[in-house]
Design a binder for this molecule. Structure first.
Ligand SMILES: Cc1ncc(COP(=O)(O)O)c(C=O)c1O
Length: 477
């Protein structure tokens, strides 16, 4: 073989052997070196390229391992026949790289209900726990953990649930997984035998998408929460419900409906209530609403919650609490599955909770969200009675209804064109409901406090809603 000139850059970050290997591989693929050609000896090539023999040896070794060349003992190395790859005109056309502008928010103001405040996360503390964990003493966490999740985290969750939600459970009843969306199918698999699931209408839109919509029974929601009478008249045996703060209306399930619902569940062995307590940490008026699970005497409530609102959606940590009677079937079905949350993340969170940082964080965030909530509702009251608010005093979103003669979709488009994202309630309906006025969800978690007022003014302005002369009562602290 004539000596091919390989351009080797001695100062490159890429090691010389890799440059040589790549150059030769390319030459073989493109047939610049023909099949059957004998390669120069390692010494000769090393001398010619003015590099060490070891460099050539590693490059040849790699080509040999990948089958580009073959070795004939005591004779040398020969170029192998390589099947041609399909012709690709332009290397860059192989993979279409779409330029995704990372982190660019298309809207000036985004009222998405799933957004949280990102200004107040205790990064330094979280980093300290992460740093402490990623060290040799934690080497055991390199192995796969318990399917239900790390015991230490389940213990912290059990303590937290007892203190803040009145739930008595032990860590053995808790299952940790990477989000409500992954846990719900597990719960359904556990209790679902020819089951029909009832869902709140309007309700959390992820649920019907996760579940087979055709099997779901929509149940109306009013100012007292789920209409249990309506549930009684269906053949559903499982109900998914957000009793502490109905998503998205914000209604709290009344005491009468709570007992009614628990009694409904107690009437048949295959009836269950899935209680989603997704944002109960944030209540700005009165006492926290106790969990339904705490009232249940018949092991009918499967309690489900998440750290998505209370800490961050990207952590992907949620959990459910099983009634003891379901533990055996859980273990039979799911002991072969590994936990879906990395062990290190689970321990960071467990240590963060154990040292009291989670409660401190919640107290801080409650104040921040309360301020945003108050700023939002106060700003909106200057458009009162034109714009009405429901579902306030809790969580991270409210509902507003506007007296306009346009469809929700048209109004959404108008807002979007003005750089504001709002979310029509019709996006959360399983069965259509005729609302008297167009109604929207306004999530305030991700809007900066000082942006709340200008955002609402801009929104009302683009919709042509004027400020009313009467000022509503202010309750900003
Ligand atoms: C009603 C409801 N449940 C649960 C969640 C959280 O889901 P995940 O744990 O999958 O993040 C949300 C998030 O917005 C929600 O609105």
């Amino acid at each position: 073989m004539d000596m091919l000139i390989f351009k080797l850059e001695k100062n490159s970050k890429k090691p010389l052997y890799e440059q040589l290997y790549m150059g030769m591989k390319d030459a073989i693929i493109t047939k610049q070196i023909e099949v059957g050609t004998k390669l120069p000896s390692k010494r000769k090539l090393a001398d010619f390229l003015n590099i060490s023999q070891t460099t050539v040896e590693i490059a040849y070794g790699q080509l040999l391992a990948e089958g580009y060349i073959a070795s004939k003992p005591r004779i040398g190395f020969f170029v192998e026949e390589i099947d041609e790859l399909p012709f690709v005109e332009n290397k860059q056309a192989k993979i279409k790289v779409e330029t995704v502008l990372k982190g660019t928010e298309p809207y000036q103001y985004n009222f998405h209900p799933g957004k949280i405040d990102t200004e107040s996360f205790p990064f330094a503390i979280w980093r300290k726990y992460a740093k402490d964990l990623f060290d040799f003493p934690s080497k055991e966490y390199l192995q796969v953990g318990e399917p239900q999740g790390e015991y230490e985290l389940r213990l912290e969750i059990a303590n937290y649930l007892y203190q803040s939600r009145g739930i008595i459970c032990n860590p053995e009843q808790i299952v940790i997984g990477s989000g409500t969306e992954h846990l719900l199918p597990m719960i359904l698999r556990l209790i679902e035998t020819n089951s029909k699931i009832a869902l709140e209408n309007p309700g959390y839109s992820a649920i019907p998408r996760i579940h087979l919509t055709n099997k779901a029974v929509p149940i109306a929601v009013d100012e007292d929460g789920l209409v249990v009478d309506e549930l009684e008249n269906t053949d559903a045996n499982i109900v998914y419900i957000t009793p502490s703060h109905q998503f998205p209306t914000g209604a709290v399930l009344s005491a009468a409906r709570r007992t009614h619902l628990l009694n409904w569940a107690a009437k048949a062995a295959n009836r269950y209530i899935i209680e989603d307590d997704y944002d109960s940490e944030f209540r700005y008026i009165g006492k926290p609403i106790p969990a339904l699970q705490g009232m249940d005497q018949n092991e009918k409530v499967i309690y489900l919650s998440t750290f998505t609102k209370s800490l961050m959606p990207s952590l992907r940590v949620a959990y459910f609490v099983l009634p003891p009677a379901l533990l055996k079937s859980y273990q039979e079905i799911f002991s072969y599955y590994s936990a879906t949350v990395p062990r290190f993340d689970q321990h960071i969170l467990a240590n963060f909770m154990k040292d009291g940082h989670f409660s401190k964080h919640l107290n801080r965030m409650r104040k921040i969200y309360r301020k945003k909530h108050d700023r939002l509702t106060n700003t909106l009251t200057s458009f009162y009675p034109t714009t009405s608010i429901t579902g306030d005093h809790a969580g991270m979103h409210i509902l507003i209804s506007v007296p306009l003669d346009k469809s929700e979709n048209d109004l959404k488009q108008i807002a979007n064109k003005s750089g504001i994202a709002v979310y029509p309630v019709s996006d959360y309906l399983l069965r259509p409901i005729e609302y008297e006025q167009p109604t929207f969800l306004l999530g305030f978690g991700g809007v900066a406090l000082d942006d709340v007022e200008p955002a609402i003014h801009k929104l009302m302005n683009c919709w042509g809603i004027k400020r009313s002369h009467k000022k509503g009562k202010s309750h900003e602290l």
